[in-house]
Design a protein around this ligand. Structure first.
Ligand SMILES: NC(=O)C1=CN([C@@H]2O[C@H](COP(=O)(O)OP(=O)(O)OC[C@H]3O[C@@H](n4cnc5c(N)ncnc54)[C@H](O)[C@@H]3O)[C@@H](O)[C@H]2O)C=CC1
Ligand SMILES: N[C@@H](CC=O)C(=O)O
Ligand code: NA
Length: 441
């Protein structure tokens, strides 16, 4: 029989305990796939986790003992964050270990350093679990779709955010109440502002965009807006107009550069993405040869994410004996040839899309004319408009507009002038609109 692959498992929280348990439960199946047993040799954990019986496996309180253990072939980093986790991963690499991680914050922000160190040592760094949890989207982009020029991808890549929006819409529950439930279920990041302010989705989009377009990791260039300012009123009004509000990550190749953006988005209720509920994720990818493809499933959760961690372990087991230059590149592409350029990220001001705008206004003659004049002066044409009651009293109404495509710069300029009107009583609620797959003008 082949020698087992010996795993050093660091972090025994939601994903760590899920990984331990699935490795144990499906040991026979995994062994037949990997061609040898995959066994946990050494666990690094601050404390035991009642969800997981480590039996006679060696457990150290100091995770660096795991990274330095000569018996360990591959270190699985599941502690999260990007301080100690960075040191742990670099230490493991320095000791010649392969690494599997679910840590998108670490790779999106410090991936350059980590992949460079790994390349120098000839070790694998695998991260399927870092994007969309159990959905094999990194595998799809790096391998399954590798014949294609990717035109765009977009999707729901934060389970906590989608869980919150789903329950706010379907049950009218408050943001705080649903967030607390997502935390209790183990979906949220240690700091849940990463989920609700879009940072976690921006980390994931950074990794997706590099794997899709062969561009460097550029987390700092992702335009990032979260869901914390969305109102129940907008969720309801969008529904009345035939849309669902989803928090999306979008990366699109255009003639001028690559759009990289994360924000709440109106999606037509008839589209598949609109019906993705709860902590589920879905990513749609458009390849020039294959056309649209859709990847759907669990984006968060212990065993769900463990599924991707273990798939990476099986890949490590198969590929570690292969010369490094024949393995799948970390981000799916080899470095560009000398003199070959890669596309740049498009500044947000130059992004073009359609918009939903909700203005709360004093119900006085002339207000509508003033609004439409400002939009026209900024080259923004209106697709449809709705005036309806608002909850702020009889003298105030909601004006809701859907626009045709306009540039972000024009929309920003228009909003500034709209908000300066005496009769507009609040900052405008602006939500971008996407019709994936339909021709753009
Ligand atoms: N929870 C989920 O659904 C998903 C999580 N991830 C990622 O997986 C990673 C782990 O997430 P969770 O399991 O949810 O977190 P968690 O908070 O449940 O578990 C992390 C564990 O690491 C331990 N830990 C932290 N620092 C340590 C140290 N210095 N020494 C020893 N132990 C230490 C903590 O005590 C905790 O038990 C994160 O990078 C997260 O972003 C990725 C996909 C889904
Ligand atoms: N907090 C994340 C966990 C998975 O990456 C999420 O909610 O999606
Ligand atoms: Na994944």
């Amino acid at each position: 029989m082949h020698k087992p692959l010996k795993v050093g498992l660091c972090g025994l929280g939601t994903v760590g305990s899920g990984t331990f348990n699935v490795l144990k439960r499906n040991a026979r199946e995994i062994e037949r796939r990997a061609g040898r047993p995959i066994v946990v040799e050494h666990v690094g954990a601050r404390r035991n986790n009642p969800a997981c019986d480590t039996g006679d496996v060696r457990v150290s309180r100091d995770i660096f003992d795991v990274a330095r253990d000569p018996e360990v072939d591959v270190v699985v980093e599941l502690i999260g964050g990007n301080t100690v986790a960075r040191e742990l991963v670099l230490e493991a690499i320095a000791h010649g270990k392969h690494v599997v991680t679910a840590n998108k914050a670490l790779l999106a922000e410090q991936g350059d350093e980590i992949f460079r160190a790994a390349a120098e040592k000839g070790v694998i760094v695998a991260y399927e679990a870092a994007v969309a949890g159990g959905i094999p989207i990194i595998k799809a982009l790096r391998e399954g779709l590798s014949a294609n020029r990717i035109e765009w991808l977009g999707g729901i890549i934060n389970g906590t955010g989608n869980f919150i929006l789903t329950h706010m819409r379907d049950e009218g529950r408050s943001f705080e109440d649903v967030l607390a439930e997502a935390q209790a279920l183990g979906y949220a990041e240690a700091d849940p502002t990463f989920d609700v302010e879009g940072i976690d989705a921006a980390h994931k989009l950074t990794l997706l965009a590099s794997a899709a377009f062969g561009i460097p990791l550029q987390f700092e260039r992702v335009y990032t807006e979260g869901i914390s300012r969305l109102t129940q009123e907008d969720i309801t009004q969008a529904g009345r107009m035939g849309y669902v509000i989803k928090h999306l990550g979008i990366a699109r190749q255009t003639d001028k550069g690559i759009e990289l953006r994360v924000h709440p988005t109106l999606v037509p209720a008839s589209q598949l993405l609109a019906s993705v509920s709860g902590a589920l994720n879905a990513v749609e990818v458009m390849g020039d040869a294959v056309g649209p493809t859709l990847y759907y499933g669990a984006g968060a959760g212990g065993e769900e994410t463990a599924s991707a961690v273990i798939a990476d372990l099986i890949d490590v087991s198969r590929d570690m004996a292969m010369p490094a230059e024949y393995r799948t590149p970390y981000l799916g592409f080899n470095a560009p040839a000398d003199g070959e350029s890669v596309p740049v990220v498009l500044p947000m001001d130059e992004v073009v899309c359609s918009y939903y705008l909700r203005l709360v206004v004093e119900d006085r003659p002339g207000v509508l004319a003033a609004i439409t004049a400002i939009l026209a002066e900024n080259a923004i044409s209106i697709e449809s408009m709705l005036q309806c009651d608002c909850s702020e009293g009889a003298n105030r109404v909601n004006i809701i507009l859907l626009t045709h495509e306009a540039s972000e710069a024009h929309m920003n300029a228009a909003i500034e002038r709209l908000e300066a009107l005496d009769d507009v009583v609040h900052p405008a609620n602006r939500i971008r609109v996407e019709h994936f797959g339909q021709a753009r003008h």
